[in-house]
Ligand binder design. Sequence first.
Ligand code: SF4
Length: 230
Amino acid sequence: MPTTYPATEIAALNARFEDATPQEIVGWAVEEFGARLAVGASFGGASGMAILHMAAQLRPSIHVFVLDTGYLFEETHQTMREAVPALGMTNVRSYRSPLTHEEQAERYGSALWMRDPDLCCELRKIEPNRRALEGMDAWLTGLRRDQSENRADTPIVSWAPKFGVLKVNPLANWNEAQTWSYLLANGVPYNPLLNQGYTSIGCYNCTVPGVQGRAGRWQGFEKDECGLHT
Ligand code: SF4
């Protein structure tokens, strides 16, 4: 695993890909990193499904990982069950915290997400994400600049020091309409909650419908990121 990536190379890649299509960027990443490229999949948002489709078309055996916090909506599990065979993905693994919900409650108190969602996300998402990316060189995500103010400056390529990999965000330049056009044109399965007023889907404890984008997450907290991308 590289310990970092030269800043000049990252700048050159960003300049090269600023006007490239997401498919071209995914194609480059698959070619460049081969079996050491991973895709993080939430089976929640539309852009994640688009990335999965693009990547699986080129490499069905790509390492796809799911952070199963134990608080995922049943619709999210259902989407996974439907999409994995539909997209022909052959290497999908779930990663969970070693702490059961009961052990977490014993150690940190009940309903941690209502008191310290950063710690809850650290335990149930960040730590499993670290394990999912062990041995990998690069990580494909579905981040888009139009998803929130915090994501407005998302580069196409950046070094992720928290995980020691190159992070590639092929959809950074796409908007929501482009993402949905892609999903519908290609018949990609998506989470049915997206038809029920949810626009950003994470854990059921921390997600509400009827609020646009990531503002529907962690209501009541100054937080719209779980920490994977910050
Ligand atoms: S999104 Fe909520 S329930 Fe899920 S890990 Fe983060 S704080 Fe915990």
